[in-house]
Design a protein around this ligand. Structure first.
Ligand code: MG
Length: 224
């Protein structure tokens, strides 16, 4: 089934690939007991993981520890490869806030066993993404954003994207050289510190402060 992201100005774009970056804020790397990697660690989520604003995160039975990770999401507006950092802004259609929902216990075991993160990071409903703020709002600039996330009204994560170890321009450039980038691709750019558990009944609220917000609900997945 085709999926579309909505822009705050009413435009739409068909969702393509979802890339994500691990360990891009030093305080979060520290809370995970790790450090910033020498090369970016990139993983993918299937498009079936996407849910829009107002959607419900379904917790699978295989995990007892599901975490929220609030992130700036960059939406790509045109195909490109070997993009330089200086040209990166030309390929960005807009910015959204997303939650990289993570099965932390499954991810921890995968790390220990040397296995990929596909299930821990890509399960059904693991990629809520808000509406998209058009990039032309910011001219030729790639701006920094204030991000926050609350669970049932309690503040869990708050940061500015200027704390990212690798900038949006660098991530666009690197991903374009390895995978190439397509119109409709999304890049989850990493989470700041404060990640934590979510449980059925929670209401999760996230925002790019001053621009766009995302509300999600949490329930058990009754089938899996
Ligand atoms: Mg993440």
């Amino acid at each position: 089934m085709k999926k579309f992201l909505s822009f705050t100005n009413g435009n739409k774009i068909e969702l393509a690939n979802i890339y994500a970056i691990a360990s891009n804020y030093s305080k979060h790397a520290k809370e995970m007991g790790t450090t910033i990697p020498d090369e970016p660690v990139i993983f993918l989520k299937p498009s079936s993981a996407y849910i829009p604003n107002g959607g419900t995160i379904l917790l699978p039975k295989i995990s007892n520890e599901v975490h929220h990770e609030v992130e700036l999401v960059v939406v790509i507006g045109k195909d490109g490869c070997n993009i330089t950092m200086e040209e990166a802004y030309k390929y960005i259609a807009g910015y959204a806030v997303g939650i990289d929902v993570t099965l932390r216990d499954i991810q921890r075991k995968a790390k220990t066993d040397g296995k990929p993160w596909g299930i821990a990071k890509g399960f059904y409903t693991s990629a809520p993404i808000s509406d998209v703020v058009p990039a032309d709002t910011f001219g030729n600039e790639i701006p920094n954003f204030d991000l926050l996330l609350t669970v049932d009204g309690e503040l869990r994560q708050k940061a500015n994207t200027s704390s990212m170890e690798r900038s949006v321009a660098e991530l666009v450039s690197v991903i374009s050289k390895i995978f190439t980038l397509n119109e409709g691709d999304c890049i989850f750019t990493g989470t700041p510190d404060g990640v934590g558990k979510i449980v059925p009944g929670n209401q999760i609220y996230a925002e790019l402060t001053g621009y766009v917000s995302l509300t999600c609900y949490v329930e058990n997945n009754l089938w899996r």
